[in-house]
Design a binder for this molecule. Structure first.
Ligand code: ADP
Ligand code: MG
Length: 696
């Protein structure tokens, strides 16, 4: 048997491989260049490329690709083989430093939100050397950033890397004030917990809605759903376990630290969590995880659904983004310390997150906004659309005692002075886990829970990093000029708590009373994507991103355009799919069944007038107006979809889809779902929720 420790990372061109295959000089130059974020000398690039090629070929690769994350939210790759013609009709395998460092690609079919003029369709990809190259399906994949020739970011990785630089710059200033002379850089870390559904492939293929949109657009509630709560952490079925084993193996070969697997709350729902990594690597790995989940599922005759809400009335899937900041010396800055100084530093970083989340609630909401996630946020199992922070009882009390100058521990009457006193020990919040909070402190990290399962983690982390960078900058500006550091620090922390405690909410986020309370506190409640997105261009938000050089204003405008467009496109596809299913499958089936009922009733009556036809007649009496209702709704939907092109501009169009199309879709669904309950299953043209959720 092969040991995991033997094959872990075997498909990754990682540090140990580089060390063994490069000359010491080249290796050191590469490491230094990566660390300083400069561009690689061509001679070194050539050496690295040649080593990479030899290694890749030895591991079965024939092609290479610049692997990048365009604005579609999934990854893109264009394969080029290593072959180059040689004498006598033979080929040799080649790969140059130039090909490694920079790739050219036709960018015209990727969303650019108007950034790219048609005459300049080219884009280029540049190696992100902080993320290792790897082999997937015989292709050497080189993680890259994707830009237009004018330098505008066309992907999700470039801004993420820029945001990591921004937070590094500002956190370093703050750390210097605490005398951390040994620290030379700070990185944010992310561990994304990934939820997903597994359903049978044959059943999947029979549902056009799943095939075209990844979610069911129709489907009556089955007799049993998740009310017995038997699935969460339940015994994993053999077929699912076989899938998970294969998945782990594949991920481990790629160096992904897949760690925890379990059944989730809904039937057929599962979760996978990796051990956390540096943010850009975590983002790459999460993309890989989602891709490989889908691939391995197919191998097991299943389909992995990553949609946020594949089934109405059943829990949706999210992605919990565990986030923290740590130093190159291995200190987690969100871990409470043991000494007064360590604790003061912890409190300052904690307050930075508090202030950042409060001031940029809208951006955080936007960073998870999508048509799919709109079905989830605010539904019964997901955090509400209101952003708030959970700190737990103890930490909240500590902050309160600092704010109000009251002793925390009533036995000792002493007041808690930041920087002078050690924080009282507070237990890590493990028992009273608040699962309903959108942004929860979990002892040494924050867990942002609003992400939909299919989302790239790049957008939310770009936002968190930049917002926290901005606040750290303000803190550093203030503290660097203070005459009495300790006093200034104490006052700063006290002020931040006073000004931003409104964002702290430890109660039940699913409770309607919270929504009323949140409104009183002046917190945003941006319920849907069209409600949230326009705030992206609020003055303070443009100022934030441009000041920290994460996005130019042009890039922000283009991104907003893309987000709005994809919202509209998605609903348009869903609407058209509903029309097709209703007209071509559902109504014909219902009509056929109605014919059977009426024929039966007629023949019974003609046979013998006394025969009871109540089932046939009453069912027909219910089916008939529902059929008319569905037919009316489908015509209205067709009309609404064809009127969409009259809306002027993407923003108005998104509101149109939300207000004019989604409600008609809901109406159509209501009629069809009731019909499903009345029509014989022999006639119903597609697998039901019961079939989909309970047959693996
Ligand atoms: P939970 O109690 O939420 O299951 P875990 O300790 O199992 O907490 O962690 C959940 C996720 O958080 C894992 O992916 C884990 O790697 C990640 N995580 C733990 N520490 C950090 C950190 N410092 N930064 C980012 N993610 C972290
Ligand atoms: Mg968790």
């Amino acid at each position: 048997m092969q040991l995991v420790s033997d094959y872990f990372g075997c498909m990754v061109f990682d540090d140990s491989v580089m060390k063994s295959m490069l000359s010491e000089d080249d290796y050191n130059t590469l490491k230094r260049t990566v660390k300083d974020g400069r561009s690689l000398k061509l001679s070194v690039a050539n050496a690295v490329a040649s080593a990479m090629k030899d290694w890749a070929i030895a591991h079965g690769a024939t092609h290479f690709t610049h692997w990048f994350q365009p604005m579609t939210g999934i990854t893109a790759e264009k394969h080029d083989s290593f072959i180059s013609p040689a004498k006598d009709g033979k080929v040799i395998m080649e790969f140059s430093g130039k090909e490694l460092v920079k790739g050219e690609t036709d960018a015209s079919s990727f969303p650019s939100g108007g950034l790219r003029a048609t005459f300049e369709a080219r884009g280029y990809t540049a190696w992100d050397a902080t993320s290792y190259a790897f082999i997937k399906d015989k292709v050497l994949c080189i993680p890259t950033a994707f830009c237009s020739y004018s330098g505008d970011a066309l992907d999700k990785k470039t801004p993420l890397l820029r945001s990591m630089e921004a937070i590094n710059r500002q956190a370093m200033r703050v750390l210097k004030l605490f005398g951390n002379e040994d620290v030379t850089s700070v990185k944010t870390t992310v561990g994304p917990e990934q939820e997903y559904f597994l359903i049978d492939k044959e059943l999947f293929k029979k549902r056009k809605d799943l095939v075209y949109t990844g979610r069911t657009l129709f489907g009556a509630e089955p007799p049993k759903s998740q009310e017995l709560e038997g699935h969460y952490y339940g015994v994993i079925k053999p077929r699912v376990q076989a899938f998970m084993n294969d998945l782990n193996e594949e991920l481990w070969k790629l160096g992904v630290l897949a760690k925890t697997e379990h059944n989730e709350a809904a039937p057929a729902q599962h979760e996978l969590a990796p051990i956390f990594a540096t943010t850009n690597i975590a983002a790459d790995h999460n993309q890989l995880t989602m891709e490989i989940m889908q691939k391995i599922a197919k191998k097991h005759d299943m389909v992995c659904l990553l949609h946020e809400k594949p089934f109405q009335g059943v829990n949706g899937s999210g992605k919990h983004n565990n986030w923290s900041i740590s130093t190159n010396t291995g200190v987690n800055l969100l871990e409470p310390g043991d000494t007064p100084a360590e604790n003061a530093q912890f409190l300052l970083f904690l307050c930075a997150v508090l202030k950042a989340v409060d001031e940029y609630q809208d951006l955080l909401r936007i960073s998870v906004a999508s048509a799919g996630n709109d079905h989830r946020l605010g539904a019964h199992e997901a955090p509400p659309a209101v952003v708030s922070i959970f700190l737990g009882a103890e930490l909240t009390e500590i902050l309160e005692s600092i704010e109000k100058d009251i002793p925390y521990d009533t036995k000792e009457k002493e007041l808690l002075r930041v920087g002078v006193h050690t924080l009282p020990k507070f237990p890590k919040d493990t028992t009273d886990r608040n699962r309903t909070s959108p942004f929860a402190f979990t002892g040494n990290k924050f867990e942002f829970r609003m992400l939909g399962s299919s989302a790239s983690v790049s957008d939310p982390n770009t936002t968190i990093n930049t917002a926290v960078a901005e606040v750290l900058k303000q803190f550093a500006d203030e503290l660097e000029t203070a005459e009495n550091f300790e006093l200034a620090l104490h006052n700063l922390i006290k002020r931040v708590i006073t000004e931003h405690k409104r964002i702290v909410f430890n109660g039940n986020g699913y409770d309607d009373r919270w929504l009323a309370e949140a409104e009183n506190r002046g917190l945003h409640n941006l319920k849907t994507t069209p409600d949230a997105l326009p705030h992206f261009l609020d003055e303070k938000n443009i100022a934030l991103f441009t000041e920290h050089k994460v996005y130019t204003e042009r890039e922000m405008r283009s991104r907003l355009e893309i987000l709005l467009q994809s919202y509209c496109n998605l609903i348009n596809i869903e609407g058209k799919t509903m029309v097709e299913m209703t007209r071509k499958e559902i109504l014909p089936a219902v009509s056929e069944y109605s014919r059977l009922l009426s024929n039966t009733a007629l023949s019974k009556t003609s046979l013998c007038a006394e025969l009871d036809c109540s089932y046939e007649k009453e069912t027909l009496a219910e089916i008939s107006p529902l059929t008319a209702k569905a037919y009316e709704a489908v015509k209205t939907l067709e009309q609404a979809l064809s009127n969409a092109n009259k809306a002027d501009g993407a923003q108005k169009l998104s509101v149109y889809y939300k207000d004019e199309v989604l409600p008609v879709m809901a109406k159509l669904r209501e009629a069809v779902d009731r019909l499903e309950q009345l029509v014989s299953e022999d006639f119903w043209p597609m697998p039901t929720y019961g079939d989909l959720l309970f047959t693996i």
